[in-house]
Ligand binder design. Structure first.
Ligand code: SF4
Ligand code: SF4
Length: 468
């Protein structure tokens, strides 16, 4: 008998924020749930069981619908008409996701599914259908639109940090893009960046009338708003004629380098300027001998990789083509994948190693496997108890490896770490650990851990500025 050949139609696929492009993901996912684990080879004992997960939403929620393996079923249901956007669980599950990308790099160990893009597209889909974002995000978006910043502060105060002694040039090749957190909540971080650049004798300018980068708008699905911010900001930066933009915030960095090109369907390399985090730039300055850390900090330090500076910071490359079902679903033409491997991981660690007295220890989850601090996305605004739980897990992980100091190159992360340390000191770490552990392996397993070694959280730029 003659064998029949089943010819399947190629699937058009554009890597963008249209949820319909991700039906393939929902059909191809094999339910292995590796998207909730970090690199499973380095979780050697029950003591470290709750540091196994890379998905904070799942670690908090435990139930399978929290996290990618569940969300992917929800997306399949929405696309095939079995589920409605009005179902209360759909919105809740979607907005408990941080868009931190842990699941994406984990899934890509097995399959090249575009999980993070699917999560981002799901939020956009909910917004377009009138089911998103959460009420708290609407309040925030209105505040950002009205005032131009996250906190709703006066626009005229954005430069209040640049006090006497800070040298800001009228015109320079380097633009310091000052994020809302450094401008308004942690002015010492902004002055530290200025001090690093001033000490290295690198002239820098700032942008008149700068507004919020739109990170929280993007991570809650308000992409139309972000697109307007992105095109205006890119045009203004190019009008200034600068060659490089430096940020102190991992989220501004992610927006400028990756998400603006993504929403504008352009490549990072076509922005017209280079985007650097101060960690990358200061690492170069130290290597060139332009700055030299001298002051001693005799501290056992661990470094937290923010998602925006780590696995999510690889340059954006637009792609459009087909998935060929007759050839194992291969993408044609070939495309370069972003798997988190080439994020900014070593520059901040190099800086820490260059500061006298610092002993650097790694947490169990680091580099592309890092656990989100809880500050990513819109979870902090809509589900603060979930964010607090996740941040406490990360601080306990630092505690577990004996760190006295957690260093982060991200002001938003500094804020949640400071709150977590205050909470643990007030509540007692053993109570906190007991509560966390009870969910997984029973409270009795936590009896061996009773003291909080972690004394402080530090911002990387501030630490470096204090050391030079
Ligand atoms: S790792 Fe990938 S294939 Fe496995 S369950 Fe998660 S999304 Fe599906
Ligand atoms: S993006 Fe982060 S929070 Fe969301 S499902 Fe993936 S790992 Fe979990």
């Amino acid at each position: 008998m003659k064998a029949m050949k089943h010819e399947l139609k190629p699937v058009n696929f554009k890597l963008d924020l249209d949820l319909r492009n991700y039906l393939w993901e929902t059909r191809t996912c094999m339910g292995c749930v590796m998207c909730k684990y970090g690199d499973w080879t380095y979780v050697p004992s029950a003591e470290e069981y709750d540091f196994s997960w890379v998905c904070p939403e799942w670690e908090w929620g435990v139930m399978e619908h929290y996290g990618t393996a569940g969300q992917i079923k929800i997306v399949g249901g929405l696309l095939l008409g079995d589920l409605s956007v009005d179902h209360p669980t759909v919105r809740e599950v979607a907005y408990r996701c941080h868009l931190c990308g842990g699941c994406d790099v984990s899934c890509k160990r097995n399959l090249d599914l575009e999980i993070l893009m699917m999560h981002e597209a799901l939020m956009v889909h909910l917004v377009n259908a009138g089911a998103g974002p959460m009420p708290q995000h609407k309040v925030l978006a209105e505040r950002i639109e009205r005032t131009g910043n996250y906190f709703g502060n006066e626009a005229k105060d954005r430069m209040a940090w640049a006090k006497e002694g800070v040298r800001v040039a009228k015109k320079a090749d380097l633009l310091y893009f000052v994020g809302c957190y450094a401008a308004y909540k942690y002015p010492a971080i902004a002055t530290s960046v200025a001090q690093i650049l001033n000490t290295a004798k690198v002239p820098f300018m700032i942008m008149e009338g700068q507004i919020c980068c739109g990170y929280k708008l993007f991570t809650t699905g308000l992409v139309a708003d972000v697109t307007a911010v992105a095109s205006n900001t890119i045009r203004k930066i190019n009008d200034l004629g600068v060659k490089r933009v430096v940020t102190e915030c991992a989220d501004c960095y992610r927006m400028l380098k990756v998400e603006y090109p993504k929403v504008l369907n352009m490549a990072t390399q076509d922005l017209g300027f280079e985007v650097l985090h101060i960690a990358e730039y200061a690492d170069m300055l130290i290597k060139e001998g332009a700055i030299k850390p001298k002051k001693e900090f005799p501290e056992k330090v661990t470094y937290h990789d923010p998602c925006g500076l780590g696995r999510l910071s690889e340059p954006w490359i637009p792609w459009e083509g087909i998935r060929d079902p007759d050839d194992w679903g291969k993408l044609k033409p070939r495309r370069e994948f972003r798997r988190g491997t080439n994020g900014c991981y070593e520059p901040p660690r190099n800086i820490l190693r260059s500061i006298p007295g610092i002993e650097l220890v790694e947490m169990r989850r680091h580099h592309s496997n890092a656990f989100c601090s809880g500050s990513c996305g819109g979870v902090r605004e809509a589900f603060p108890e979930q964010q607090a739980f996740e941040t406490d897990v990360r601080v306990r992980e630092a505690n577990h490896v004996g760190a006295e100091t957690i260093v982060t190159p991200n002001p938003r992360t500094l804020e949640v770490f400071e709150e977590s340390l205050a909470r643990m000191n007030a509540d007692g770490i053993s109570k906190n650990i007991g509560e966390v552990r009870e969910r997984f392996v029973g409270a009795e397993k936590s009896l061996g851990v009773r003291s909080l070694n972690v004394k402080r959280a530090r911002d990387l730029a501030s630490l470096l500025a204090a050391a030079i």
